[in-house]
Ligand binder design. Structure first.
Ligand code: F6R
Length: 238
């Protein structure tokens, strides 16, 4: 794991944006894994401002809520189109996001894994981290070998995400998420974390034992994992 600590979320994001931009320039048909939530917003804004060529890029998002209409403002489909895709020249058919309204969820998850394989695997996966150490929506105790599947969100994650909805009760209980095994197969992983509320999860992931209790800790086993932190998220590192 390479730990990159910058004073602010903005400077940590600049480092991450340069890493993504370099990949897209070196490999115009790169396959990118994308995350949603608050953390990558600055990154997406920076990438939009860089006016990169996305025509041959393929993307796979980590996760999506189950049962939320695609056009719901808090669906990850809406999030991605609003915050990135509609501002860049990526063809719609190159965008992949799990279908949280599929009638056959297990079949949809298997097909998602197959699409990643058919695309040649993910070159670079962008990750945030939950306050409980989740990556994607692989909550604590998720199998470290897991693949794309349905997961139940923990009360903690529903509480954390209530800020995007009217209340905790409105946060869907279930999601489709890439598995930890899927994430570990990406050739590069690039995790971002900002703020005090991520400091404990980051310290455990980076310096603690590898454990399903903090799913992000598995990144210690990844041959090319970078973690971009602001000073607050790095505050509990030894
Ligand atoms: C979202 C995702 C999650 C988030 C995590 C942190 O696609 O995979 O793991 O990265 O919940 O969310 P924020 O960035 O909102 O703190």
């Amino acid at each position: 794991m390479e730990i990159i600590i910058q004073a602010t979320p903005e400077s940590a994001t600049s480092v991450a944006a340069r890493i993504v931009a370099r990949l897209l320039r070196e490999k115009p048909n790169a396959v990118l894994g994308l995350a949603t939530g608050s953390t990558p917003l600055l990154l997406y804004r920076a990438l939009i401002d860089m006016k990169l060529d996305w025509r041959r890029v393929t993307t796979f998002n980590l996760d999506e809520y189950i049962g939320l209409p695609q056009d719901h403002p808090q669906s990850y489909h809406s999030f991605m189109w609003e915050n990135l895709f509609r501002h860049i020249n990526i063809p719609k058919e190159n965008v992949n996001i799990p279908d949280g309204n599929a009638s056959d969820i297990p079949g949809c998850c298997a097909a998602y894994e197959q699409r990643i394989r058919d695309a040649g695997g993910i070159d670079l996966q962008i990750l945030g981290i939950g306050t409980d150490g989740h990556i994607g929506f692989n909550e604590p105790t998720s199998s470290l070998a897991s693949r794309t599947r349905i997961k139940t969100l923990t009360p903690q994650t529903r509480k954390d995400n209530a800020r995007f909805f009217g209340s905790e009760a409105e946060v869907p209980g279930h999601v489709i998420t890439m598995g930890i095994g899927t994430i570990m197969e990406a050739r590069q992983n690039l995790m971002l974390a900002f703020g005090n509320n991520k400091a404990r999860a980051i310290a455990e992931a980076v310096e603690g034992p590898i454990t399903t209790i903090n799913p992000a800790s598995i990144l210690q086993m990844h041959p090319d994992a970078k973690v971009c932190l602001d000073a607050e998220a790095a505050a509990q590192l030894k």
